[in-house]
Design a protein around this ligand. Structure first.
Ligand code: SF4
Length: 222
């Protein structure tokens, strides 16, 4: 058991570069203001949420996702947009909790979750150009958390919706597999715990050093 609180994106940051993680998440002497692409993605998520939840017309610049959000709207079931999920890890196993609850172990936000009896749908919008680097691990985590919060659900039909290229990458998740979805992150969490314990946060140089907000790093190429 670990007392680390993590999200998919925080762990991805650590995986990409422990030194970057250290500045952003531990020392907190650097803030990631987000790129133009990040801000665009946030706006699109908001527009999709408002359309699905409250029928707010999509702004002209996001009209290209009309068919996608209409298709999502037509799926029968209770719709939850930008659903904040928390999970605790105790001696008894994984337990549902609030996003900001004390002792939260993992936290994440599901773009859209639709629940109908023992079946759910989980959709994650992606605004990258295409699905070439589709990463399904994030869907595994959201599915594991949804199974934890809604124990009646047996199966989740998950999808990454690449709204720019209109590509959908599908995966099915099953309640009986829940623990294995969480456990697949253990090796990386162990490395993070080890870095916290030893205080060793090695730099990991690569093409992303060009966009890194840690401008004091000797490898930064901004
Ligand atoms: S510039 Fe590169 S090596 Fe330095 S912190 Fe950023 S990602 Fe890591």
């Amino acid at each position: 058991m670990t007392n680390i609180t993590w999200s998919y994106s925080s762990l991805k940051t650590f995986e990409q570069c422990p030194k970057k993680y250290y500045h952003l998440r531990v020392l907190k002497d650097v803030k990631d203001e987000g790129s133009e692409a990040t801000l665009y993605g946030q706006e699109l998520h908001k527009a999709a949420e408002e359309y699905i939840k409250d029928d707010v017309t999509l702004p002209p610049k996001f009209k290209f996702i009309q068919d996608t959000v209409d298709a999502i709207k037509k799926i029968p079931g209770d719709k939850h947009c930008e659903m904040k999920l928390g999970v605790r890890l105790t001696d008894a196993g994984y337990e549902a909790c609030g996003f900001f609850d004390k002792g939260v172990w993992w936290r994440g936000v599901a773009d859209v979750v639709i629940i109908k009896d023992d079946l759910a749908f989980s959709i994650d919008y992606k605004t990258s150009k295409n699905a070439k680097y589709a990463d399904l691990k994030q869907l595994d985590l959201v599915a594991a958390a949804v199974f934890t919060h809604f124990p009646q659900i047996k199966k989740i039909k998950s999808a990454l919706a690449f709204v720019v290229s209109n590509e959908f990458i599908h995966k099915e998740h099953f309640a009986k597999m829940r623990d294995s979805y969480f456990a697949s992150f253990d090796p990386l969490l162990d490395r993070l715990a080890n870095a916290e314990e030893t205080g060793v946060w090695n730099p990991n140089t690569g093409p992303l050093c060009r966009y890194c907000p840690v401008t004091t790093c000797e490898h930064n190429r901004r």
